[in-house]
Design a protein around this ligand. Structure first.
Ligand code: ATP
Ligand code: MN
Ligand code: MN
Length: 306
């Protein structure tokens, strides 16, 4: 899997090393993780992250003073961002260009950490073809009170549903409450198709088990159910990137898992930074990029009207 999406020639001039200031600042207190410790984690995790992260517009969740301080999402890089964090102008829906950050290497990741980034959120498309997503993500969001057993069962059912349509997927613990089910895509379909398709899959799942799933975001519809959040599949929407630390108690990591082991996992925040590094992609083995072909779309249509 490593190197699948490698960008550009292998021999690039190394970017200048990013200096991490205030390395002693405590970002998480239990387990204790300082800014320098977080940078060390991300330096080691970079080779695991970059195949999925590189070249995607990012939304950064920054906590400059750690878990005890303020937090904010930053989509548009501001003054003082290190040059290692690269910038691209992207036209918004109304055509107005604004700048987005992306990274291609470990220095870019560390540049974001230097700015207080804890979480790396990624677009579903890469900068060289922003109109053609290369991943479709289903973000399973359990209602309060639903345990992880229900969530992981839901992920397995979604996998089977996708597989019934001819699509293979892989799973990632979000590090928060849920599981993300991801379908790597060949860059043939545009956002409209991918969004409509993912909405159809969410509706199909909710149709099959209306007591347990909903495709609607409304709090009322979600009561006691799992929301199959298909709204990540929109131009400009993001999902948490693999191996990102989550700004939640305990510093859990968004970790890819194999379908086999998912059945044995007890919570979405099961893995610490040390465990994530030790695991790596383990035997997650994401399937190759697939096409939302006319046949696949017809299979979904048929299932929805059945
Ligand atoms: P959990 O498993 O606890 O749901 P999650 O990362 O899936 O964790 P969600 O609230 O379901 O969290 O959000 C899904 C994704 O949508 C996030 O990973 C993030 O990329 C994006 N997102 C959600 N809320 C915001 C927000 N306020 N600003 C920017 N992006 C957001
Ligand atoms: Mn979620
Ligand atoms: Mn969600």
């Amino acid at each position: 899997y490593l190197g699948l999406h490698d960008e550009g020639p292998p021999m690039r001039t190394p970017a200048p090393t990013v200096a991490i200031s205030s390395g002693d600042r405590v970002i998480f207190d239990k387990p204790r993780l300082t800014k320098a410790g977080l940078a060390e984690y991300y330096r080691a995790a970079a080779p695991l992250m970059l195949p999925e992260l590189a070249g995607r517009p990012l939304s950064l969740l920054r906590l400059p003073d750690g878990m005890a301080g303020e937090r904010f999402f930053q989509k548009h890089p501001g003054k003082g961002f290190p040059a290692a964090l690269k910038i691209q102008q992207i036209a918004d829906k109304d055509g107005t260009p604004s700048s987005y950050a992306y990274v291609t290497d470990v220095e870019g990741i560390l540049g974001a950490v230097q700015m207080g980034t804890v979480e790396f959120h990624i677009w579903g498309a890469r900068r060289d073809r922003l109109d053609r997503p290369d991943r479709m993500v289903f973000d399973l969001d359990p209602d309060e009170g639903l345990g992880f057993a229900a969530t992981r069962r839901a992920a397995l059912e979604l996998r089977d549903g996708l597989s019934g349509l001819g699509l293979r997927s892989w799973a990632m613990l979000s590090g928060g409450k849920g599981v993300h089910v991801i379908v790597p895509l060949r860059r043939t379909a545009g956002w409209d198709t991918v969004k409509l398709f993912s909405r159809g899959v969410a509706m199909l799942t909710a149709q099959a088990h209306p007591d347990r799933f909903t495709a609607e975001m409304s709090k009322a519809k979600r009561k006691g159910r799992i929301f199959v959040d298909w709204l990540r599949n929109e131009r400009g929407a993001t999902a948490i990137g693999p191996f990102s630390v989550r700004a939640r108690p305990g510093a859990p990591v968004a970790c890819p898992v194999s379908w086999d082991e998912l059945g044995r996992i007890r919570k979405a925040g099961a893995f610490s930074t040390a465990q994530a590094l030790e695991r790596g992609w383990a035997d997650t083995d994401p399937p190759p990029a697939q096409t939302l072909s006319a046949a696949v779309i017809a299979a979904l249509d048929a299932a929805l009207t059945a």
